[in-house]
Design a protein around this ligand. Structure first.
Ligand code: FPP
Length: 236
């Protein structure tokens, strides 16, 4: 395991490759998602061990609504199961749960579970798990712009007051610090509408494995890669 020197404070993960993992095994796609839920547990455990403060997981994108109804249903059922079954673990591991995205688009039963678990874990402090659900970065940025424009039109702020920090405060991520490390599995080199504003200075590590194969050691390796890079924030 890596030492705790220069541990990323916030890791964000694009969990990609569930479908291909299942296809390779002649299984339905939902089996890939089911196996992927196990990797979620591994990622949380690894982050806890490293002392990472925030872990954001891209669990369901705005575009995922366009998948076949049966797959969307299976993903929502998995999420419900995760929220039902992980409560004890999250409390034991002192994990605070947050969610970002167009949460209002989720089924009412899922929203209820989410609200309950967010409330239950609100005082946990070891690590914050942020689930990106029905999440799209462009939608998030448009909402932030609209809320600032509304305030400006109402005379509550002047256009000159809009700066990086005011803009960032209107994003769904609010006061969550920006990710230091973005991990994407399955070897794809895309950002896929995920945290576009927030990853401005993040290191990006691409892991070849499909998400269901992702284990704690893969996260440690990604963090080691992060540590090897010289982070300059555009300066010398
Ligand atoms: C991408 O694989 C993954 C998703 C769309 C869903 C991610 C969901 C999980 C890992 C399980 C549930 C999560 C929680 C938090 C319980 P893909 O289907 O796009 O794979 P492909 O590119 O190979 O088709």
């Amino acid at each position: 395991m890596p030492s705790d020197q220069d541990t990323p404070r916030h890791i964000a993960i694009i969990m990609d490759g569930n479908g291909r993992w299942a296809k390779e095994r002649g299984l339905p796609r939902r089996e890939g998602h089911r196996a992927g839920a196990e990797s979620v547990r591994e990622a949380i455990d690894a982050c806890k061990e490293l002392g990472v403060e925030y872990l954001t997981l891209y669990a369901f994108s705005s575009e995922n609504w366009n998948r076949p109804a049966a797959e969307v249903k299976a993903l929502m059922a998995l999420l419900d199961r995760f929220l039902d079954e992980r409560e004890k673990d999250l409390m034991r591991q002192d994990v605070r749960l947050l969610a970002i995205g167009q949460i209002e688009r989720l089924p009412a039963s899922t929203r209820k579970r989410l609200d309950r678990l967010k409330e239950k874990t609100a005082n946990n402090r070891s690590i914050t798990l942020v689930l990106a659900l029905s999440y799209g970065s462009r939608e998030e940025i448009v909402e932030a712009a609209r809320s600032l424009a509304t305030d400006a039109a109402a005379g509550k702020i002047t256009p000159e007051q809009i700066d990086n920090s005011l803009f960032a405060s209107r994003l769904w991520t609010g006061d969550i610090p920006d990710p230091d490390l973005l991990v994407r599995t399955s070897g794809e080199l895309r950002v896929s509408n995920f945290l576009l504003w927030q990853i401005s200075y993040a290191e990006i590590v691409i892991v070849k494995k499909f998400w269901p194969e992702f284990r704690q050691g893969d996260l440690f390796e990604a963090v080691n890669e992060y540590r090897r890079r010289h982070r300059r924030f555009g300066a010398l």
